[in-house]
Ligand binder design. Structure first.
Ligand code: GAR
Length: 205
């Protein structure tokens, strides 16, 4: 059984897509054992309740330092014996302590074709605003491993989406989510659960 921890900050549609894929059997032998939100009011927490997934709200301002905040998250994930950590719309940058604790076992979904429109400052709607400002004709989403470089880890999956003439940041975001993110993130986790990325990490159970 692959034990998954998911980190969220907002709406949680990627978390929903992954939970749905686990529930309907598309991702075998996998359980989300802990949902961590960086904000109290994240709608993702409501989605978690529907699936009966244990959740914790761990907020940066409740800790004296970024390091203490990251250590609290590592402790929570370890207490739940998490094998793999999924960032799903998680809007905080993880410290090297966190990354070392789960080296090669942290995945992120980013709403562009990395290396385009990625790195510090490119998150959420800002990415799609920048895409439209630049006038590129193709964008998309990327699932990658998380390392110390923001959006810089090994790329595991990408899907391209055509930008339309009349797109707004919101319509483009919606299409990138629906047609790319909600498909490739569950697919990567499925591959992981099937053992196709086994060389990267060892399971605890
Ligand atoms: C998604 O588009 C995700 O790719 C992006 O934020 C949105 C969260 O949506 N993540 C980032 O920009 C991370 N750098 P969700 O909460 O509905 O999954």
């Amino acid at each position: 059984m692959l034990r998954v921890g998911v980190l969220v900050s907002g709406g949680g549609t990627n978390f929903q897509a992954i939970s749905d894929a686990i529930n309907n059997g598309k991702i075998p032998d996998t359980e989300i054992v802990l949902l961590i939100s960086s904000t109290k009011n994240a709608y993702a927490l409501e989605r978690g309740k529907v699936f009966n997934i244990p959740s914790k709200v761990i907020v940066r301002k409740d800790y004296p330092s970024a390091e203490a905040y990251n250590v609290a998250m590592v402790q929570a994930l370890n207490s739940s014996r998490v094998d793999v950590v999924l960032l799903a719309g998680f809007m905080k940058i993880l410290s090297s302590t966190f990354i070392q604790a789960f080296r090669n076992r942290i995945l992120n979904i980013h709403p562009s074709l990395i290396p385009a429109f990625s790195g510090k400052g490119y998150y959420g709607l800002k990415v799609h605003e920048a895409v439209l400002k630049k006038g590129v004709k193709v964008t998309g989403a990327t699932v990658h491993l998380v390392n110390e470089e923001v959006d810089g880890g090994k790329i595991l999956a990408q899907k391209a989406i055509t930008v339309k003439e009349n797109d707004t940041p919101e319509t483009l975001q919606q299409r990138v989510m629906e047609e790319a993110e909600w498909q490739i993130y569950p697919e990567v986790l499925r591959d992981w659960a099937l053992g196709n990325y086994n060389y990267l990490f060892e399971r605890t159970s």
